[in-house]
Design a protein around this ligand. Sequence first.
Ligand SMILES: Cc1cc2nc3c(=O)[nH]c(=O)nc-3n(C[C@H](O)[C@H](O)[C@H](O)COP(=O)(O)OP(=O)(O)OC[C@H]3O[C@@H](n4cnc5c(N)ncnc54)[C@H](O)[C@@H]3O)c2cc1C
Length: 432
Amino acid sequence: MKRRDFLKIGSAATGAMIVGGVTPAQGAEKAKLSTDLQVEGHVREPARKIPVVTSCDVLVAGAGPAGFAAAIAAAREGSDVILLEKNGFLGGLWTGGSVLPLNCMEARTANGWKQVVYGVADELAVKLKDMDMSIQPRRSPIVDPEATKHLMRQMVNEAGVRVLYFVQAAALTMSGDRIDSVIIESKSGRCAIKAKYFIDTTGDGDLFFWAGEKFRFVKHHIGAMWRVGNLKEDNAHGSMTPIPGVGLMHTNGEYDQDGLDLFNMSRLNDSLREYMWNKTQELRSKKGCEDAFLLETPPMLGVRVTRVLDSLRNVSMADALGKTTYDDVIGIAGVDIDAELGGVKHKVGDRPEWQIPLRALIPRKTPNLVVAGRCFGYEHDITYDAREIATCLVTGQAAGAAAAMALQGRTSIQNLDAKKVQSILRKQGVRI
Ligand SMILES: Cc1cc2nc3c(=O)[nH]c(=O)nc-3n(C[C@H](O)[C@H](O)[C@H](O)COP(=O)(O)OP(=O)(O)OC[C@H]3O[C@@H](n4cnc5c(N)ncnc54)[C@H](O)[C@@H]3O)c2cc1C
């Protein structure tokens, strides 16, 4: 597989975008979570008391790259942090979707490549390299998913984060605009967890949707990445991973797909697993791949984008190209991929590193919610750069620092002093 196969997106890559925003009441009334889901009717759920099983300062929902970094950043600042994850491992799509290339740690300058992402992302990247669990055949390192899960688990444990696995955030309780608790579903039944501040790193903006914030809904292509074993190292049919003989394969999958429609996701899950099996069998006819086998289909399907927050300051490609600077910058994003969206192409060298303002993580009205990862506030044209893994680690760490700072200052997220957030981030090794 060629690198551009990972990265290229055709002009038909994204479907209709709908500027959304419904109140929780409207959401419940419509009883739908996404635009395409058809509703046949309604049943009435009886009101009931939900047991509060624990509480914390900062609750982080979703333990992908963004949630991982957010939880560590807040815990290192002294907050009591709970990290909720519906799967039994950390890393989200990075480890659970076999999305192994850690893109956008670097940017190309007139003087050559330079690393622009530091902080938690760099700590993890260095540890993986030291363990020989990342290789760099091209610009971005490709990591081993099990080593990544292992290190992420060690790092959140060391930071004192309380991680709850196999727990799905299912709803919110609110007092006015303020979130009081997250209702969770698990094998213990329906319970609630109270917190003072909340961080939405679900990737799909579940929390900001329930809180009634505005968002863009995006249909994108939904595909998959998977691992095959017994490849010859010198065989170029896939990207190799740090484990000898283990390679990575990829399909863009189907275009214009709704990643929140439960029926559609089941259909895609079935067809993509069939595809991964068949493609791996086909591979065996190629020289050097005769003994290849399907090592792992990923637990998570490759959902790229669904809901994107309408934040206090949505960043755009014009900002990146025009090198917009912000007083409230909280991180720098690297650029090491070509991108093509809606027929517009941007080569790596065309785009410099770009700044992310704190306001891009802040919703318009909920005073105790911060958003990070692939659903923070950005315009459609910068989708590809905004959701790469290094950038998710950057926005995650900033969201954690912001929540910890708001807690210390007893202030709303919207009234945060960005200078104080920046000073926490610098203390944590972030370069801004
Ligand atoms: C096919 C594909 C290829 C890609 N290729 C690359 C690449 O080569 N390099 C690169 O850098 N990026 C790539 N990306 C993008 C990158 O993988 C994602 O954008 C990134 O992982 C997003 O991180 P995140 O933390 O925002 O969300 P996610 O990784 O989606 O993590 C969200 C986490 O939240 C959990 N969660 C969700 N909802 C709930 C809930 N209600 N309750 C509890 N837990 C919940 C999920 O289980 C998950 O663990 C690719 C993406 C796809 C789909």
